[in-house]
Design a binder for this molecule. Structure first.
Ligand SMILES: Nc1ncnc2c1ncn2[C@@H]1O[C@H](COP(=O)(O)OP(=O)(O)OP(=O)(O)O)[C@@H](O)[C@H]1O
Length: 426
């Protein structure tokens, strides 16, 4: 009896799995899409509906290509993409059962417990979609969700360039080429990958351009993210003090002005044309902490405006995107953004210039990279141990500016700031 029950369940499971594997979906997604569009009022000016022109399979999913009616507002579906995605997943949580698990079942008195365990351990699959407009509306329906983590390895590097891998998509790797797109704004709620991404960018720049990268690290979150980089030779400034930030930014601004004047005086348009190899990166983690300091924000705005020509690039990260933490003029000069999940559509609009970041799944490293177009990416993840290993050869014992307050006793009688050697464990 027990044997018969077990065999029937197993065979049913295997048959179901085989069906899902071959059909890809137990229901008709094209019909569902059409109904979701009708119910959501996504139609043309005179009420015309989208018309399916082509359906084509690709590895991992199906693409539906639609003709779009006149007056169709694509921004509306882009903003409400989640409605389409949720609609395709209604009554449609189907399961991934590994047939080899079923074949491992032992037919003893624990058979039901074993089956229950397999069912509880299985992963629920959820379909994901991507929208593309190229005269037609293309809806790509993926049968499986995107990978939650991509571990960094050397293949992400592009040595000798300023092009840094910042995200994986289903189509491949997305790079931010600092020489082409210059500055970058990063926003996202706490715990979803801003600092991890900044560490990835710093490590990549050091490994790709060890002799030309000049890094100015301003870590206003208490120093946890950039601390490990402070003694590498590429780091020209490191601080975690808001008060010190103003002096550092002023110094950078003066250098930037001088570099730009030299470039222009030599008859070049910008740093790239001048053939200069050096680039400077001003990387601020938690920019909101200097948002009420007008002197700091003036320099930030100036770097965003004029740094591109001189090779001074700003990477500006904040957990609280608002008109105060990202001033309008800074935003205008930094069209490229990377945004992790945010609390609401207002924050998404401020950070990204569009909604969508509030709808991202709660997965660390999942973000929207917006350059000319927006793409959902999963940022590569490099852990601290790997970073340490990679930057170790670049650690040097270097003179570093100290603040008055650092060691009052030992510096009695000295005037102002001084240089001293700091010996740190490497
Ligand atoms: N790309 C990623 N892939 C996988 N896991 C990640 C990724 N990025 C971050 N994480 C995980 O999320 C944790 C939090 O990330 P991170 O410290 O970068 O968040 P944050 O946005 O800087 O948060 P906070 O503003 O609170 O410091 C990391 O310790 C790591 O475990």
């Amino acid at each position: 009896m027990l044997f018969e029950i077990g065999t029937t369940i197993i065979m049913g499971g295997v048959a179901g799995y085989a069906y899902l594997k071959t059909s890809g979906s137990p229901s008709n997604d094209a019909d569902k899409i059409q109904r979701i569009f009708a119910n959501s009022g996504w139609n043309g000016r005179n009420g015309e509906m989208i018309r399916l022109q082509r359906k084509s399979k690709f590895k991992g999913g199906v693409e539906y290509a639609y003709q779009i009616p006149l007056g169709f507002d694509r921004k509306k579906i882009e903003a409400d993409k989640h409605i389409l995605e949720d609609g395709l997943n209604i009554r449609h949580k189907y399961f991934e059962i590994d047939p080899s698990e079923l074949l491992k079942i032992k037919f003893d008195k624990t058979v039901l417990q074993q089956i229950k365990k397999i069912l509880t351990n299985q992963k629920i699959k959820r379909k994901e979609i991507e929208l593309l407009f190229d005269g037609m509306l293309r809806i790509k329906v993926y049968n499986e969700k995107m990978q939650d983590q991509y571990d960094w390895d050397e293949s992400y590097l592009k040595k000798g360039t300023w092009s840094v891998s910042i995200g994986n998509t289903r189509q491949g790797i997305v790079r931010h080429d600092f020489d082409e797109y210059k500055h970058l704004i990063i926003a996202g709620a706490s715990g979803y990958g801003k600092s991890a991404l900044l560490k990835l960018v710093v490590t990549s720049l050091v490994l790709q351009q060890p002799d030309n990268a000049n890094l100015h690290l301003i870590d206003l979150k208490g120093g946890s993210a950039f601390q490990r980089f402070k003694d590498i030779k590429q780091v020209k400034n490191y601080t975690r003090e808001p008060e010190e930030t103003k002096d550092i930014l002023k110094e950078i601004q003066e250098e930037m002005n001088k570099a730009y004047t030299d470039i222009v005086d030599q008859g070049y348009e910008d740093v790239k044309e001048s053939g200069r190899k050096e680039r400077h990166f001003i990387i601020i983690d938690e920019a909101a902490d200097i948002a009420d300091n007008q002197a700091c924000m003036d320099v930030v705005t100036d770097i965003a405006r004029r740094g591109r020509g001189a090779g001074y690039y700003l990477i500006y990260a904040t957990q609280y995107p608002s008109s105060q933490s990202i001033p309008q003029q800074t935003k205008r000069n930094i069209p490229t953004r990377l945004c992790f999940v945010l609390d609401d559509a207002t924050a998404s609009n401020t950070a990204l210039g569009q909604t969508g970041a509030e709808e991202l799944p709660l997965i660390p490293g999942r973000g929207i990279y917006k350059n000319v177009k927006s793409k959902v990416v999963q940022t590569p993840y490099i852990n601290n141990k790997e970073i340490q290993k990679r930057i170790e050869p670049h650690i040097v014992i270097k003179p570093r500016k100290e603040k008055e307050s650092d060691n009052v006793e030992s510096r009695k009688g000295e005037e102002g700031r001084s240089n001293s050697f700091i010996f740190e464990e490497t």
